[in-house]
Each structure stands twice: as C-alpha cells, then as structure tokens.
Design a protein around this ligand. Structure first.
Ligand SMILES: C[S@@+](CC[C@H](N)C(=O)[O-])C[C@H]1O[C@@H](n2cnc3c(N)ncnc32)[C@H](O)[C@@H]1O
Length: 541
C-alpha cells in the first residue's frame, strides 16, 4: 500500500457476516462526511455488499488488517444492557456520534428487475423469507414446524420466496405461490431478491440489514437471543420474547427447548406481515383477498363494482355487491389484522360468509371499541359451527388478554329445540367437530363448552363477566336461554351481538330478542349485513 506523505489515513476493521459489515456503513459514511479528506481503509469480508460505496477508499480483506485498524465492535456493550443500535456503538469506537443508522448495501438493480419480472404472476405482497440465521448460534432460529405452518398459511395468498443456504433439518415446502431459491442464488442474487420483495421475514441476521438498506420492511423473529433494539430499523416489526433468560447470547444449544420462540405463534407473525404490508407504500389497498374468496364461494351471484354499484345493486336481485371498506382501514390502515382474519372467516364455509365483509367489519370494529372503552370481561359465542366468526373473536381475545368461551353441541342442532316456531326444523350444522373448530380458531385463550345450551353451562362460565357475547344459534329456545344467561353477566357497556335478527328464515330470533328487550328495557341497533345483525349495548347506570 502506498500512501502519500501527510495523507491522513483512518483504518477500520470488522469481521463477520453481511449484517456486521453492513452495520459499519453508516459509521463509515458519517466519518467520511466529518473528515472528507481522510483516506478510509476498511478491512472486512462480504465485499459484494460494499464494493463501490463512495466513502470507502480502499476495501481489503479482514485477514489483511493492520494493527492500526480500529475494531468496530458492539458485542461487549450489548451484553450489558438494551442500549442503542449496534452502529451507534460501533461509531463510539471512533469517538463519533451518529443518528442515521440506515445501512448501505450494493444491490444490483438489473437483478432486482429480473426477479420482479419472474414474480409478476405471484400475488402481492412478495414475502421473502429466510428461515435460518448463520451457524454462529442455533438460538436465533424459530421452530421449523412453525415456519412450515406460516408458509402454508401464506401460500396462495401472497408470493412466498424462500432464500438462504440449504441447512440440515430444514423441511422443504412446495406450494402454489411458493418460490424455492434456497441454495440457488449467488450472494448478489440473494441480496437482489431481498431488494425486489415487499416484505422480508426472518431471524436477526444479514437479510434484515439488506432489507433496511433496500428500504424494505422486515418482520424480525427475535425470540430471546438478543435485544431487538440492537439492530432496529424504522417500519420493522420486532417479535421479541422477554422470557426470564433473555437475552441469552447463548451459542450452545438452548437448555430450555427455545421456549422464547414457542411464545411467537404463527398468528403473531402472520399478523405482523399484513401490518407491515398495509403500511408499506407498495400496497395498493386492494380488495384482492375478499373478492377472490367471494368468487370461489358464489354459485350464481353477480359481482358489481365501481361507481354504478349502488343504483345497480338496488335495482336488481343480485345478492352480492362489493361493499365500501371503511376509510379507517383503506386510508388509515387501522385494521391490518383483517388481512389475516379473512382466511379463517371463510375456511370451509365460503358460501355463507364470503360476501359478508360488513359482518366481519362489524365484529372487528365493535370489539375494538369495547376494548378502547375499557369494558372488562371475557368473550363468548353461542353457536360456533365451524368456528368462522369464532376465529375473529379468538384473535381479539388473544390480543387483549381475554378468554373466549365457545358454546355449541359441535354436532349440530339438538331436537329438543325444535318446538313452537321451530317445530318443523330439520337437523343442520352436523358437518363439524371440535377439532375442526380449534384448527380454525387456534387453541390459545379459547375454551370450548360442548353440549346442549343451557344445560352445558358449568360453574366456571357461570361465575364470569363478559364484555362481548356473540349469539348465533338460529333457534328461539337457545336464543332465549342465551339472552337470559349472558345479559346479567355482561359488564355495563358490554355487547350482545345477535346474528339473524332481521332474517325471516330464523324468525324465532327476532321474537326472542324483542320479548327479552321489553323485559329489560333495552334497545338494539340493526346492522345491514347479510343476515341483519342486531347489537345490544348494555346500559351504564
Ligand atoms: C349458524 S351456526 C353458527 C355459525 C357461526 N357463528 C359462524 O358465523 O361462523 C349455528 C350453531 O348453533 C348451534 N346451536 C344451536 N342451538 C344450540 C344449542 N341449544 N346448544 C348448543 N349449540 C346450539 C348449532 O350447533 C350450530 O353450530
């Protein structure tokens, strides 16, 4: 190396993978800005990612470092406390402070364009997943069984592109909208794939930094290995489990079967992906999920779109129309979780629910309002069938620390209830089971109370208070019993959401509700969804 006399030279070094090297870039950028005339020599590997960055004057292998090179370390401080971003810790080694920690990475734009062209037929968002961090520790990796469930969930709904190196014990997946790039890319191609995607999902590893450099959001599955703040970027979704042994920084196999990762469910990761997507500028806010399902579930219905929808719908017998989605969702992204809930909403039951987005919005927005109003109590549903509406209730129960009680025979109507107005009913809703329901709702925070209601009532449910109760049991007798059981146990300000109130077919519902409301001097509000839901909000005294 020949340096001219008087030339000031600053040498820095950093070992490690892509992430470690990229985290140096905001430090080197700031250093060059502060001292434009110095010659900056960087000793590191992973040259593909940083070769050509204008503020690095000379890039040499880490193994060639001189003993004058300043080591850009961060690990020592990280072990002690949560602290700032790693790049800020590295900057302190050079005696400078930095605010902007966004890394730079050299990304081949031709390759990015090529990937985007290849993925054109895949539904958006294009989610790039990286299941494994480096071999440094096994304790950054989420469980493979959960990864597979997540990929299965996303397959068909969005483009799922898997990157990374082939690793032992990582089960392969084949799917409709799944692209397997594992072991099939050069490093530059892998970086370009991240640059081409909408969202990246993976452990705290190099791709998180590449995504940040490319302006893409990551859903980072941290578990409990390290604090999330060490490498946090704006817009990222961090899933950190603050178990008592976290952060462990452990390189040996975890003695607790990585319980920190078991706390991170597929539902949680999926919800974060949709949240990241709806708040990303690439998201068109489309109706794709809902309208696709609508088409599948409809036999002869006509779909009416556009500005003429309202007059045309009202002058035809068309059953389905594309309803307005609330501004709070489309313009302000207040309900990103609905993108994840629309699947369970139609699972095994597309015909009934798929066109009824207003019903889904009604459930979702009102449950959130109850929580915002601070109404205490658990959730319940009488009439579960395959668990479609229950899946929505279960999601919010988990989010807000409530328990959801699900009351049903799980084998269909009970003949005992075929009396009075319902005396000529036939058996229905038998094609279900407890297992099928729980697969749709998930088991966390869900308790099933199996049997004919109200005989199925037990001590536990009797002694509870409820904040949201969904009554959807079709017949007069269970509806009457449901109102009588739940209303006294409903917190003031709590909700009884009653399906089928304006549905002539199940005429016993209206009768039961009207009789009950007269007795308790309460009123209802009717929602014009498919079957005419009524909502009773218990008065506050
Ligand atoms: C329309 S389905 C519920 C649909 C479900 N809420 C949804 O939207 O996804 C009605 C359910 O009420 C249940 N049901 C009716 N009477 C009941 C009773 N007396 N006890 C327990 N379950 C009952 C039936 O077994 C059936 O599963």
């Amino acid at each position: 190396m020949n340096h001219s006399v008087n030339e000031e030279i600053i040498e820095v070094s950093r070992a490690g993978g892509i992430g470690d090297v990229l985290m140096c870039t905001p430090v080197l950028r700031a250093l060059k800005r502060l001292k434009p005339h110095v010659k900056l020599i960087f000793y590191a590997d992973q040259h593909e990612c940083v070769r050509g960055l204008t503020y690095i004057d000379e890039l040499l292998p880490f193994s060639a470092r001189s003993n004058k090179a300043v080591w850009l370390g961060y690990e020592e401080n990280l072990r002690k406390s949560e602290g700032p971003h790693n790049a800020q810790l590295m900057a302190s080694r050079l005696g400078i402070m930095i605010e902007d920690v966004k890394p730079d990475c050299v990304i081949d734009t031709d390759l990015v364009g090529q990937f985007q062209l290849n993925w054109k037929s895949l539904p958006r968002p294009w989610v790039v997943i990286n299941r494994r961090a480096s071999d440094w520790t096994p304790n950054k990796d989420w469980h493979d069984s959960l990864w597979l469930k997540l990929i299965q969930r996303l397959d068909g709904l969005c483009g799922v592109i898997e990157i990374g190196l082939p690793k032992e014990g990582v089960a392969k997946f084949e799917g409709k909208t799944f692209v397997d790039l594992v072991g099939r890319t050069t490093k530059a191609e892998m970086i370009a794939a991240i640059g081409a995607c909408d969202i990246h999902v993976g452990p705290m590893s190099g791709p998180v930094h590449v995504a940040a450099a490319a302006g893409k959001r990551s859903v980072v599955i941290h578990g409990g290995y390290e604090y999330p703040t060490g490498a946090a970027y704006p817009g990222n979704e961090a899933l950190y489990s603050p178990v008592e042994c976290a952060p462990c920084w452990l390189q040996e196999p975890c003695p607790h079967q990585k319980k920190c990762f078991s706390q991170i469910t597929v539902d949680m990761v999926e919800a974060r992906i949709w949240r990241a997507w709806v708040s990303s500028s690439a998201c068109p806010g489309s109706l794709r999920a809902a309208t696709n399902n609508t088409r599948q579930g409809t036999q002869s219905a006509e779909l009416i779109f556009g500005e003429l929808a309202a007059p045309r719908v009202l002058s035809t017998t068309s059953r389905l129309y594309v309803a307005y989605r609330p501004d709070s969702d489309i313009m302000y992204n207040r309900h990103p979780e609905l993108r994840g809930l629309v699947g369970p909403w139609v699972e095994n039951n597309a015909l009934n629910n798929s066109g009824d987005l207003p019903r889904l919005y009604t459930l979702s927005l009102n449950i959130k309002q109850i929580i915002a109003d601070g109404v205490a109590g658990d959730f319940a549903e009488l009439g579960v069938y395959k668990g479609n509406s229950a899946a929505t209730l279960a999601h919010y129960a988990r989010c807000f620390g409530r328990t959801l009680f699900l009351f049903d025979t799980f084998t269909g109507f009970n003949k005992k209830d075929f009396a009075g107005v319902d005396s000529s009913r036939r058996q229905q809703f038998t094609d279900t089971s407890l297992d099928l329901v729980l697969r749709n709702t998930g088991i966390a925070s869900v308790v099933c109370v199996k049997g004919h209601f109200p005989e199925s009532v037990n001590r536990d449910v009797q002694d509870r208070r409820y904040s949201v109760v969904h009554l959807d049991c079709d017949l007069y007798a269970p509806m009457k019993a449901g109102l009588e059981f739940f209303y006294p146990r409903l917190s003031e300000g709590g909700l009884l959401i009653i399906h089928d109130y304006v549905n002539e077919y199940w005429s016993g519902i209206r009768t039961a509700v009207d009789e009950f409301c007269q007795k308790i001097h309460e009123g209802i509000i009717i929602i014009p969804d498919k079957s005419g839901t009524a909502i009773l909000r218990k008065s506050r005294h």
